[in-house]
Ligand binder design. Structure first.
Ligand code: 9B3
Ligand code: ZN
Length: 414
């Protein structure tokens, strides 16, 4: 039934595209189940439709024949972006634990939450001199939040650190894939690649591969397009808070929603969610050492920095522009790909409660959100064959920014 409705809407839009027949239509929808009734209620509340029968959406029940008038007033063109989503999803979940965790091909696949936990264990076992696993908290459903602490072998008096989190948003699968890629690359290329060696010798690197484990698991089992965490709010009908609206940075103002059913629901209060609270507590207790913060999202190809929560410019705006501009130039040179860059509010949209803004206000003045590929075709469903390109260019950007931070460079002088 959902398919039928969407079908009907698409046929309508198809006509709109060339504008030869812009006539309105009335659909007759035989609603037979509760779920169908919910979908019909939802669609009949849109501006582009008028419910002819019954009189109001709340009267739609199983057994109701719904008559819906589709209003066609404007020309809207569209092209089909993806018409094989089921196939793509199947491809992405196939053989998730078949390759050895040390093989290159392991990093060119997506992995389930359970597999990522095995991977974390194995990294710590295989590299006891460079990797420690820290438990910083647990999710709403009591999944552990593990952070990998990577350290170079060089002893140094002054400890500095950098933080990377992945997987705040469940459906952005390239993000946890990047954290795995980053850890593997750092461990393999320490003492081989000069940037990685310099990074690990001048700072500890904390990596949280999946900030939203409940949501991530849910995208594997139930709904590939889930974004939020899985906490149950007061409103029994709707589940989940947007963790990137739950931090204490102009919390729940324009760009976030106080309604639990919305994708950008901000939660009951700042850090109401255990996942956000765990990250905030860890960073608060390490704020004197953490100089650099990265949060990895997709998609859109953007290198962003604060603020998202206000149109105000941060005091070191010009310096941050320089850092991401340099990184974007390197991506362009090496991978022929265009990344946009700038302050979030003007580059993407005004949005409060984000982790990077909160980290910035805590005093981490080099704070970034990176939006990785897709290049405009697959969206969240980036095929495994494109993981390596997406991760390599993001890695180049992280390295570029990290080795250019002045406070860290000073430490590298003998
Ligand atoms: C949003 C915020 Cl609140 C932020 N501080 N930085 C980036 C974004 C964009 C991401 C979001 O949460 O909507 C894009 Se997926
Ligand atoms: Zn995101």
């Amino acid at each position: 039934m959902k398919a039928l409705l969407i079908c009907a809407l698409l046929v309508n839009f198809a006509k709109l595209c060339n504008c030869t027949s812009t006539h309105d239509q009335v659909l007759s929808i035989p609603v037979t189940t509760k779920e169908q009734a919910a979908i019909a209620r939802n669609i009949s509340s849109q501006n582009e439709t008028v419910l002819w029968s019954p009189a109001a959406p709340e009267h739609i029940r199983a057994g109701t024949e719904v008559h819906l008038f589709l209003i066609v007033t404007k020309c809207i063109c569209f092209r089909v972006l993806l018409d094989n989503t089921e196939e793509l999803i199947e491809m992405q979940t196939r053989n998730d634990s078949s390759d050895p965790r040390s093989s290159a091909s392991y990093y060119e696949r997506y992995h389930s939450l359970e597999e990522i936990y095995f991977w974390i264990n194995e990294m710590a076992q295989d590299h006891p001199d460079m990797v420690k696993v820290l438990l910083i908290g647990s999710s709403f459903e009591k999944n552990p939040l593990y952070v990998l602490k990577l350290s170079g072998r060089q002893e140094r008096a002054e400890k500095r650190a950098m933080w990377i989190d992945c997987g705040i948003h469940a459906r952005e699968w390239i993000s946890p894939a990047f954290c795995l890629w980053f850890v593997q690359y750092s461990l393999n290329f320490y003492n081989q690649n000069s940037d990685i060696t310099e990074m690990l010798d001048s700072m500890d690197i904390y990596v949280l591969p999946v900030m939203n484990p409940d949501g991530y698991q849910y995208t594997w089992t139930t709904n590939r397009m889930w974004r939020k965490n899985r906490s149950v709010s007061q409103d029994i009908n709707c589940i989940g808070t947007d963790l990137n609206r739950n931090f204490d940075a102009n919390w729940c103002t324009v760009g976030a929603s106080p309604r639990p059913c919305d994708e950008i629901y901000c939660g009951l209060f700042p850090e109401s969610e255990p996942e956000a609270a765990a990250v905030a507590n860890f960073l608060r207790s390490h704020k004197d050492v953490v100089k650099l913060y990265f949060s990895i999202h997709s998609y859109g190809q953007m290198l962003l920095f604060p603020y998202a929560c206000s149109n105000e410019q941060v005091p070191n705006h010009a310096e941050l522009v320089e850092l991401v501009q340099e990184a974007a130039m390197k991506i362009k040179r090496h991978y022929k790909n265009n990344y946009k860059y700038g302050a979030s509010a003007e580059t993407i949209y005004l949005a409060p409660g984000g982790s990077d803004d909160w980290a910035y206000n805590l005093g981490i003045l080099y704070s970034f959100t990176f939006e990785l590929e897709d290049r405009g075709r697959y969206g969240f469903l980036l095929p495994p064959s494109l993981i390596s390109k997406a991760c390599n260019e993001a890695l180049l950007a992280v390295k570029s920014v990290a080795i250019s931070i002045p406070t860290l460079q000073v430490l590298n002088k003998p």
